[in-house]
Design a protein around this ligand. Structure first.
Ligand SMILES: Cc1ncc(COP(=O)(O)O)c(C=O)c1O
Length: 443
């Protein structure tokens, strides 16, 4: 591909590469040949694609008739009773919206609900953020975290001089696909050390240190997915210094604000450290987990710029990215978020419910760790308590995971990641039995 090709050429070519890559090729046993029922279809050459590695876990779970089956694959919060949760504060906000007869269903502007954008920026950057006060931030409502990443990626592909984005290894499985299809070239930096089940800080600093000047770097703002391993504040500061000195552009993915520690401010500290130095960055925010608005698809992309003038121009170009993609975002989820963030009582109620979710997850960590200790399960399982956020990166290998699914009907991603939010006091013993059997019987 010549370097003079347009972003859309690059995207088409990336799409072709992506679809022909081994990871996306037909799974074993699925035939690409034309069967008799296909004959005559103009689509008979279409090859069946594999299930998404994360959402596919739920598909397999749904097919399992076992009464003891347990889905720890998808990152969605469940109550102690194993049920999805709609926050009380969300129900209240929705009731307000329903009762307000003046509300209409007109299209939102291309950039979404203005009040939602303002309040989202305040939530992540802090109410007294100088960047907001000096109008250096442009915020646009997008389709949850994924849509925010995609719009930001496409803006960078069109308007930023360096087309390389570094993502951590490992990372959320959708990152490489989102950024490749946005038109960027994806590379990885070392992040996780399997030996310590902690951060490979040295590897991270070396890889970012040798990245080309100007490269974009994707950083998980908190509760890194899938590892549950975050840099300490001192390490964030060192990362910041290195990145600023090399003019690397930070792109934060904030999918778990408040979910990691239970505190919205604490979980935003990494982002605020970078914004405080006056430099530029992008932030993708999701309200899927912290407000439980998964299916409402509500999120925001903020771009912090050097000046208000630049921010205004950047916003005008973001509109050109969004308009042909989905025209404008949906109104309902953003209205719920705005209703909660604008009202002191609802906001306080939200923080209490959010902390309760975070605390329940932390308590699951302790219960699982205790259960393994009680069983004398071989190995050091202290990482279950040390890791934070929704997931534990157990260190179980793909064979052990397959064994646990077959013998114990426990569903999780093949990399050994389990969603702690899907566990309850009732199901911890079953999981502990399965882990114990897997590590003692499967190498
Ligand atoms: C790290 C990370 N980023 C982004 C997302 C996007 O989520 P959503 O598009 O549902 O907001 C997720 C969801 O699991 C995630 O874990």
């Amino acid at each position: 591909m010549s370097s003079s090709s347009s972003p859309s050429d690059r995207r088409l070519s990336a799409l072709a590469r992506h679809l022909s890559s081994p990871a996306e090729s037909p799974v074993a046993g699925v035939s690409a040949s034309i069967t008799s029922s296909d004959v005559g279809s103009v689509f008979s050459h279409v090859v069946r694609a594999p299930e998404d590695p994360i959402l596919g876990v739920t598909v397999a779970y749904n097919k399992d008739p076992s009464p003891v089956k347990l889905n720890l694959g998808v990152g969605a919060y469940r109550t102690e009773e194993g049920k999805p949760l709609v926050l009380n504060v969300v129900r209240k906000a929705e009731q307000q919206l329903v009762n307000d007869r003046s509300r209409v269903k007109e299209y939102l502007p291309i950039v979404g609900l203005a009040e939602f954008n303002k309040l989202s920026a305040k939530l992540i950057f802090g109410a007294d953020s100088p960047a907001i006060q000096s109008n250096r931030v442009t915020t646009v409502q997008c389709l949850s975290g994924t849509g925010s990443l995609r719009v930001g990626g496409e803006f960078l592909a069109r308007h930023y001089h360096q087309q390389i984005i570094y993502i951590p290894l490992p990372t959320w499985g959708n990152h490489p696909k989102v950024f490749t299809l946005a038109g960027l070239s994806v590379k990885t930096y070392r992040y996780y050390d399997p030996a310590t089940r902690g951060l490979d800080f040295k590897g991270l600093m070396e890889d970012l240190g040798s990245a080309p000047s100007g490269a974009v770097v994707l950083l998980h703002a908190c509760a890194h997915n899938p590892t549950g391993v975050d840099p300490s504040l001192q390490q964030w500061e060192q990362i910041r210094q290195l990145m600023r000195s090399k003019k690397l552009l930070p792109f934060f993915d904030s999918a778990y604000q408040g979910f990691a520690s239970g505190s919205l401010d604490k979980d935003a500290q990494s982002v605020r450290i970078f914004v405080a130095d006056g430099g530029e960055c992008l932030v993708a925010q999701s309200y899927a987990k912290n407000m439980g608005l998964y299916g409402e698809r509500v999120g925001a992309l903020s771009i912090v710029c050097k000046t208000a003038d630049v921010a205004g121009k950047v916003e005008s170009q973001l509109k050109l990215v969004i308009r042909p993609m989905y025209s404008n975002p949906p109104i309902h989820g953003a209205s719920i978020v705005a209703a909660i963030l604008r009202d002191r009582n609802l906001y306080n109620e939200w923080t209490i419910e959010l902390k309760a979710m975070a605390d329940r997850i932390i308590s699951m960590r302790h219960q699982l760790s205790d259960a393994l200790r009680a069983r004398g399960t071989p190995g050091d399982w202290s990482h279950i308590i040390k890791q934070i956020g929704m997931f534990t990166f157990t260190g179980l290998n793909a064979k052990q995971v397959a064994f646990m699914t077959k013998e114990y009907h426990i569903y999780m991603t093949a990399d050994g990641r389990i969603s702690m939010a899907g566990l309850s006091s009732r199901t911890v013993p079953h999981l502990a039995d399965a882990i114990h059997a897997a590590v003692t019987r499967v190498v």
